[in-house]
Every structure is written in structure tokens, then in C-alpha cells.
Ligand binder design. Sequence first.
Ligand SMILES: [Zn+2]
Length: 136
Amino acid sequence: MKLLKLKKVKLLVLTMMFMLIAGFTFTGSTSTQAKAKKVTYLGKYKLTAYCGCRSCSGGWGNRTASGKKAKAGRTIAVDKRKIKLGTKVKIKGKTYVAEDVGGGVKGKHIDIYFTSHKKVKKFGRKNNIKVYKIKK
Ligand SMILES: [Zn+2]
């Protein structure tokens, strides 16, 4: 009788441990799966850069089409027919937000916001860069 009780307790502990481990691996695997699923490949884009200066923004400064203030490392200008405003976009492992549009930004072209024209010039133009959309 004593032995049976012990076995039952052992079994219970084992079951609980198993459930705990299973729970961990389950949530772990689903989160990585979800991460992988959240990204959609949009194609190869041409990248250029812009800043708030007159020659880049024509007096718009750092105001964006979305109404938000442009922020380096986050704001990008896109063609709304390709990427909707507010969309999170992944470029070279970095996450940007489509917050602006531009007269010269058409089709598979993304304009990345920088704080200075010096940085804009340094960035120049990059072709055939893989761009991904991050699903919300
Ligand atoms: Zn500029």
C-alpha cells in the first residue's frame, strides 16, 4: 500500500514535469513559428535616402505624410500603392515604418530618412535590396 502511494506521487510529479516541459517547448516553438510566419517577402527594392533639408523634402522638413515627425532609423517613404502607410518593413535586418511618401518614390523604391544630408549622400543609392513586410 505504501509502495503504491509512492508510485502514484512519482507518476504525478513526472506528469506535471512533463506538462511543464511540454508547455515550454510548445510555446517556444509556436513563437518562433509565428515569427517566421509574420514576415512577407515583398521583392527587391531600390533604396535611396532623404533628410529634412529643402532639396530632399522641398520644405516639408521632418514632417511626414502620416503626420508623424520623421525619425532616423524608423521612418521610410514609400509608394502607397506598394506599401501602405503604417506598415512595418524589414530591410537588412532592421525594422522601419512606412510613414512618408515622396514625389520621387514610385514602385519598388524606398526612401530612408536620415538626420543630415551628409548621411543621405553617404547612403547614396542601393539596388536590389530584399524587403520584407512584417505582419501585425
Ligand atoms: Zn537632404
